[in-house]
Design a protein around this ligand. Structure first.
Ligand SMILES: [Zn+2]
Length: 482
């Protein structure tokens, strides 16, 4: 049904910055404080109160700009965006309009290994509004703690074509913000908010269709669903001979559909004009270069390095780099291994992706709260790699290590879990098993090959699980040939 059309999608992402104080006053930005506690005459918009620019707002905006390959404007200015709302006591929001601080960048995304570049039109600095609380069984309440909190708005080019692309782009933006340490990236708590502009046009057409804005998409899943819904809806309207109305909609996750909030105000309704109480923002070259020099390695680069340096599959690398602390933990574990082999590197990844992530999911905790140091995990992988214990025994030891400072080899010797790899001792067990099962030996020799597993199993059982399976297999193979 969507054939013959293509969607044109641009995303606007608001990111709440991790500055300690607000954008233009000294009020703290702590989340979850009592309502209307973190306020002062400046962020309450009292007449005559003058804003003072927070240097870290500029620093973080420039940091994000450099990380997304934007050009950085040497001189930019703040403007007033005028509108009336109960949670906006000044009657305007300080934002940037013409000449934003960052412009003309790009973000690289990957979907199933296929790369694509999404252009960044601009990144500008602004302050947040307060919060209206409607969902109580009383009149609407207003909390102004958020009023004046520092934000950047990241506006993409209309380069996105599908819901999954939008989701991948948003994830890349989120990961970059978190890697840079400038936003906690929490969509559910609203420290990142996403609006999507969506239109459709006949494939190959040059003109854009009429766009619809869908506001406040608060999860990657909702971004994808809302866009896919809106694409199908718009095509259906056009196919039925209708026209698309420019409007602002909301995603109703319960009903899985978009619903109209209002028909779109045009940008000039905000009556932007330069903010007279703030001077121009000047970014000098030396300061810019010091920020550039302090940029960390970002997610996609780290992913590619993990694939190259540790011979990891792209799938593993992606999961590890999604969490910057987990990626660091992975590298610390690999560095602690006594045998630095691709096998051991993959084994570390396996442990993290199964047991470690399971604990983090169950306890909803971070890697540093799991209670297993990189050296401890490395000691467990070492014990398996050296043949001292089997993977099965390692699985039993793993929970014993968690929450302690003990190493795997201590547990192995304390509990007598060392794997038996001595050929002489294992040969005795192999001989005994064959002697005790003459009928099955005869059947095997007459062609019942699948009995091989039975013989090996009998030896492992007789050893109480301590026999090294690969040594047993080799010995058994040789014994049955005779
Ligand atoms: Zn304040």
């Amino acid at each position: 049904m969507t054939s013959g059309y293509e969607a044109v999608i641009g995303l606007e992402v608001h990111a709440q910055l991790l500055t300690e104080s607000k954008a233009f006053c000294a009020c703290p930005t702590t989340y979850g404080a009592q309502p209307n506690v973190n306020v002062c005459p400046i962020c309450l918009g009292h007449p005559g109160a003058l804003p003072v620019l927070n240097e870290n707002l500029v620093r973080f905006a420039v940091t994000m700009g450099l990380a997304t390959k934007c050009s950085i404007r040497t001189v930019s200015q703040f403007s007033r965006k005028n509108y009336f709302y109960a949670d906006l006591p000044k009657g305007y929001q300080i934002s940037q309009y013409q000449d934003p601080i960052c412009y003309d960048g790009r973000v690289d995304i990957e979907i199933d290994g296929v790369g694509k570049s999404i252009g960044i039109t601009r990144i500008h600095m602004e302050e947040d509004s307060g919060k209206s609380i409607h969902d109580l069984d009383v009149d609407t309440l207003v909390d102004l703690n958020r009023s004046g909190v520092a934000l950047i708005e990241i506006v993409s080019e209309p380069d996105i074509r599908t819901g999954p692309e939008a989701s991948a782009y948003l994830q890349q933006i989120r990961q970059t913000l978190v890697y840079l340490g400038i936003c906690d990236g929490n969509l559910e708590e609203g420290s990142m908010r996403c609006d999507a502009n969506i239109s459709v046009r006949k494939t190959g057409a040059k003109e854009f269709g009429t766009k619809v804005e869908v506001k406040n998409l608060n999860s990657f899943r909702n971004v994808e669903k809302a866009i896919e819904f809106e694409i199908v809806r718009q095509i259906e309207v056009l196919e039925a001979g209708g026209t698309i109305i420019q409007e602002t909609k909301m995603w109703d996750a319960g009903k899985q559909q978009t619903k109209t909030m209002r028909t779109k105000e045009m940008a000039h309704d905000y009556r932007y004009f330069p903010e007279p109480d703030l001077r121009n923002v000047v970014v000098n070259g030396e300061w810019l270069e010091s920020i550039r020099a302090s940029l960390p390695e970002l997610g996609l680069a780290k992913k590619h390095r993990f694939i190259a340096a540790y011979a990891l599959p792209a799938y593993d690398a992606q999961i590890l780099v999604d969490d910057v602390a987990l990626a660091a933990y992975y590298e610390a574990t690999c560095a602690s291994l006594s045998q630095q082999t691709p096998d051991a590197f993959k084994s570390v990844s396996n442990w993290i992706m199964t047991e470690v992530l399971r604990i983090m999911g169950d306890r909803k905790c971070t890697i540093s709260e799991v209670g297993l140091s990189a050296a401890q995990l490395a000691s467990l992988v070492d014990a398996v790699q050296s043949g001292a214990i089997s993977n099965k025994i390692a699985k039993d030891i793993f929970p014993v290590l968690v929450g302690t400072v003990r190493m795997a080899d201590e547990i192995v010797s304390e509990r007598g879990l060392k794997q038996e790899s001595d050929e002489g001792a294992l040969q005795v067990m192999v001989d005994e098993v064959l002697k005790a099962n003459p009928d099955n030996v005869a059947k095997y020799k007459s062609g019942k090959d699948n009995l091989f597993g039975f013989f090996v199993g009998q030896v492992l059982k007789a050893s109480g699980g301590s026999a090294n399976p690969s040594v047993v297999q080799a010995l058994m193979k040789r014994a049955l040939k005779n």
